[in-house]
Design a protein around this ligand. Structure first.
Ligand SMILES: [Zn+2]
Length: 322
């Protein structure tokens, strides 16, 4: 393909200039725009990306307000909060193990910290964490809801000296960036010599993408500017000076709920709130219950998929190459 404005100029991974159209899609989940977008693949290295890349102002309008989670004080809100803590344990344990094995001291910098629940759970394990988020509202929520210190800005502006962090964590960040490479290089600079980079992104090499195509929620058009397969990440990390130590393809928070959302996006609780769907308390409860049942039903498939290294997310531990 090649019509002006629909293809990127150059592949950021291999500098290739030839792209193949994979599919066309709109904002299926939050319906922030009716525009349609192409997802293309580099014919040389197969890295997938959104085309054309939205301007920063357009991209901002595709992020609904309160994109992250802030707990409500109701009984349902408390239950949701308990659920969020339970399913986030996976992430906390992954980082806990990386920190114990590296034995570096210094803070954990959580990039894209949202409401700060992860930082709070790290603190419960005696790890000192600092949040960074592009959104002022998110950083404020991290301070007020979870008592977690958080700054606003890009990673290159992080208020920390070079070589000071025991770990830099980026959960579902890289796929949202114009330049994933610049963030990886900034993380490399911030890390202590044996510090650890922990990343998590949707895995475009998963079975769900093969089966569902553009309906797979991991492509999340138009918020995801890149869609990575494991080989893309290996190449990118290697070129930014990292070696991969560990990969995990299952996330209790993301994989089953991701499949449920792919199959029934109109039932996803955050999306319903963001879209301001009009629903009475009984309808709301019924939809929440239906979605919950779907998440549980999705569990066996997502566990098998992950066991075959084709889970719908990938979490990676990496360290600086020596
Ligand atoms: Zn390429």
């Amino acid at each position: 393909m090649g019509s002006a404005g629909t293809t990127p100029g150059q592949c950021p991974a291999c500098d290739g200039a030839d792209f193949r159209l994979l599919f066309t899609a709109s904002d299926r989940l939050y319906q922030t725009t009716s525009k349609r977008f192409h997802v293309v693949e580099c014919t040389q290295c197969r890295l997938m990306q959104l085309a054309p890349q939205p301007t920063p102002a357009d991209l901002e309008s595709y992020y609904p307000k309160h994109y992250w989670f802030t707990p409500e004080k109701s009984a349902v809100g408390r239950l949701q909060n308990m659920y969020r803590r339970l399913v986030l344990l996976d992430h906390v344990r992954f980082v806990d193990r990386a920190l114990r094995e590296s034995q570096e001291s210094g803070p954990v910098l959580d990039v894209g910290c949202g409401g700060g629940l992860f930082l709070r759970m790290l603190r419960d394990r005696w790890f000192h964490g600092i949040g960074l988020d592009y959104s002022t509202d998110a950083a404020r929520a991290a301070w007020t809801s979870n008592n977690a210190p958080a700054a606003v800005g890009r990673l290159s502006q992080a208020p920390l000296p070079s070589g000071s962090c025991a770990a830099v964590t980026m959960f579902h960040v890289l796929e949202h960036l114009y330049s994933p490479r610049s963030y990886l290089l900034a993380a490399h600079d911030l890390l202590r010599p044996d510090g650890r980079l922990i990343l998590q992104v949707p895995n475009a090499g998963c079975w769900q993408f093969l089966l569902l195509g553009s309906a797979w929620n991991g492509v999340d058009v138009p918020r995801h500017l890149y869609d990575f397969r494991p080989a893309d990440l290996d190449l990118l990390l290697d070129s930014c000076g990292f070696e991969v130590l560990r990969r995990k393809y299952f996330s209790l928070r993301d994989n089953p709920a991701g499949l449920a959302t792919s199959l029934a996006p109109s039932f996803e609780p955050v999306a319903r709130r963001v879209r301001q769907d009009k629903e009475g308390p009984m309808t709301r409860l019924a939809k929440d219950l239906f979605y919950g049942v779907l998440v549980v039903a999705a569990l066996p498939f997502t566990v098998i998929e992950a066991a075959c290294q084709a889970g719908s997310t990938i979490m990676i531990e990496a360290r600086k190459k020596t």
